[in-house]
Design a protein around this ligand. Structure first.
Ligand SMILES: *Cc1c(COP(=O)(O)O)cnc(C)c1O
Length: 431
């Protein structure tokens, strides 16, 4: 399988090169040259497949022969080491819980798959070490740290803004040791990201270090996110009734993977992109004009994105035809006030504790149902324990630490404090 750049000014590359490069040299996102729907038979018998078998069927055309079947199956088995339950919370509304992984956010799936692809491609060459350099506002850092922990030939350097991630998130990225290094930046997330970008362009660094990024535009993080849409479908009692998925969206990678799953034949009636007040896409669907804006801070902070990078992939799937796009994609935005109200309502009605991101997804379904009825699933993208400072006061409750959080919360934080680019550079150049 080959991948082309959406900016169309760079050569096509193999899966391997798309994974290693991340972004094309013309700064375009990579996109697969073809998408072949899966056989009807597969969907008719999906209950008889294990999650690992489903994932293999789903991903194999996108990897092609660049990872042998046996190795790819091993990568999948090491990726899907937790459950993806669909939990009914009220009539016609269920949630797909994506938070049972090691860092309790859906990003575990993409990060684990990507880390193992890197591990496989790197083993091949028995060559120079690769340094994964990544900036995080919270969830990405933990998932990447956990995903790459112990992967041979790879060093991971994570930049995070000091004092601006939750305690749980900080522990997840500073306490693992081994090949994971955390740099605590005296600044904001935007400062971290700017430093990372500068490093990628700094030839004094790139001439001696193989730098790569682990952000969500990488095809090896994006595509495996299709898996759990199929795993959710497998669990549906009534497969004749088409399903509506509502996805709390920031960079639009998760929802774009869902739309890819539909392209492979998954019977989905509609996708709802539910956002917070960072409403670039809902705005676009209404006005036809795409206007990026600086991101605004909200209680669903993993979705505070002012220029969602994966939206161009969704446009590509629908061949840049807005009419077609709007037939499949609905998008609504919600305020923090509405989100908190929804968290309370869900909890009162069913006893369920939704995190702020999941609550935005729930609101998306509710709004859609005012026009049409269907069976709806919203994605719970993170465990509420990751957003304790919001969830506990809003619901007036305390949340117990699940085992994977308990395990890191008492570990020692180890970070290196930096406050400017020069310090990052010195750190990277240190032998
Ligand atoms: C990253 C993240 C999102 C946003 O996902 P995108 O793929 O960027 O749209 C939503 N919720 C949580 C909890 C996240 O960590």
């Amino acid at each position: 399988m080959n991948y082309y750049s959406l900016n169309k000014k760079a050569p096509n590359v193999s899966f391997k090169d798309a994974v290693i490069k991340g972004l094309a040299p013309d700064k375009g996102l990579y996109f697969p040259e073809s998408i072949t729907p899966l056989a009807k038979e597969f969907f008719n018998h999906i209950e008889y497949f294990t999650n690992n078998e489903i994932a293999y069927e789903v991903i194999k055309q996108f990897v092609g022969d660049e990872i042998p079947e046996k190795e790819l199956k091993k990568i999948i088995a090491e990726t899907l080491v937790f459950d993806f339950p669909v939990v009914e919370i009220e009539k016609n509304i269920s949630t797909l819980e994506l938070f049972h992984g090691p860092t309790m956010a859906f990003k575990d799936v993409g990060a684990r798959f990507m880390a193992r692809c890197f591990g496989y491609f790197n083993k091949d060459k028995n060559s120079a070490k690769v340094t994964v350099l990544v900036a995080t506002s919270g969830d990405t850092g933990g998932a990447v740290a956990s995903g790459f922990l112990g992967v041979e030939g790879i060093d991971v350097v994570i930049l995070y803004p000091s004092g601006k991630v939750s305690e749980v998130q900080e522990k997840q990225l500073t306490s693992l040791g081994k090949n994971i290094k955390a740099l605590e930046v005296d600044g904001t997330f935007d400062d971290c990201q700017a430093m990372v970008k500068t490093a990628f362009l700094d030839t004094e660094i790139t001439s001696v270090k193989n730098l790569t990024s682990a952000n969500s535009i990488n095809v090896a993080r994006w595509l495996p996110q299709m898996f759990y849409f199929f795993i959710a479908y497998k669990q549906l009692q009534n497969k004749r009734r088409k399903v509506v998925f509502s996805i709390p969206s920031g960079n639009f990678g998760n929802i774009c993977a869902g739309i890819m799953a539909q392209q492979l034949g998954l019977p989905v009636k509609q996708f709802i992109a539910a956002t917070n007040i960072n409403d670039i896409v809902p705005n676009y669907l209404e006005t036809g004009v795409y206007t990026p804006k600086p991101s605004q801070q909200t209680i669903s902070n993993a979705m505070d994105v002012g220029d969602p990078s994966n939206f161009v992939r969704i446009q590509e799937i629908y061949k840049n035809d807005d009419t077609l796009l709007k037939q499949h994609l609905t998008s609504y935005s919600f305020t923090d006030k509405e989100t908190k109200k929804a968290m309370v309502k869900i909890n009162k009605k069913s006893g369920y504790i939704a995190d702020p991101h999941g609550a935005v997804g729930y609101l998306g379904l509710k709004k859609y149902f005012k026009k049409k009825k269907a069976q709806g699933i919203f994605l719970e993208t993170a465990h509420p324990v990751k957003f304790l400072d919001v969830v506990e006061p809003v619901l007036n409750t305390t949340i117990e630490f699940p085992p994977q959080i308990q395990e890191v919360i008492n570990k020692k934080k180890v970070s290196v404090k930096i406050s400017n680019y020069e310090e990052l550079k010195q750190f990277l150049l240190k032998p």
